[in-house]
Ligand binder design. Structure first.
Ligand SMILES: [Fe+2]
Length: 190
């Protein structure tokens, strides 16, 4: 039987009542991304990706579920979530870089490549940036233990590590620019 978006939401909601919700959500996503191919049940349920962006599947006080597709060549500057997050990759690969707070902004603290089929759990205080260096969309289901769009938090400039309030308009612009570049590139090579 085909997986529906409602099933994804129901499974994540059920995980919230477990002792450690983030780990329970990880188990849910582990199962859903298991085959890691374009034939994954998530690809079937959520449909093809034609443009990079953030698609909310569910947004409540205690849970947010997004489909996130990073456009080839794009990078999102360092940011925090102030809630746990679980990322389940089912297409392409996202490269995570981690940071810690430092007296004058941030300092790098390692990284993790996340190919399709992998699931990553991020604690409440994680600061990361994300890049898609490949030539296909990096596609994942992101689950957050709170209201992703309402909680106040910070982002940092890639170059200067200057801290500022998280700005979704800026993120939208990043996607728009990356999508425009990518479609131009596709047309040129067309
Ligand atoms: Fe993030």
């Amino acid at each position: 039987m085909a997986l529906a978006v409602a099933d994804i939401i129901a499974r994540c909601r059920a995980a919230l009542v477990e002792h450690t919700p983030a780990l329970a959500v990880r188990d849910v996503l582990d199962e859903l991304v298991a085959d890691g191919s374009s034939q994954s049940v998530l690809a079937d349920a959520l449909g093809p990706v034609e443009i990079g962006g953030i698609t909310p599947l569910y947004n409540g006080d205690d849970l947010t579920i997004l489909r996130v597709a990073w456009t080839p060549g794009m990078a999102l500057n360092p940011h925090e979530h102030r809630m746990w997050a679980v990322i389940g990759m089912y297409g392409g690969q996202e490269d995570n870089a981690f940071y810690r707070r430092a007296p004058h902004g941030l300092e790098p603290a390692g990284g993790k490549e996340l190919p399709a089929g992998d699931v990553l759990v991020l604690g409440d205080d994680v600061i990361h940036s994300v890049a898609n260096t490949r030539r296909d969309f990096a596609v994942a289901v992101h689950v957050y233990g709170g209201d992703f769009f309402r909680v106040e938090r910070s982002e940092w400039d890639f170059g200067t590590y200057e801290e500022r309030p998280r700005d979704f308009e800026r993120t939208r612009q990043l996607f728009d620019d990356a999508n425009a570049r990518w479609s131009e590139e596709q047309q040129r090579s067309g």
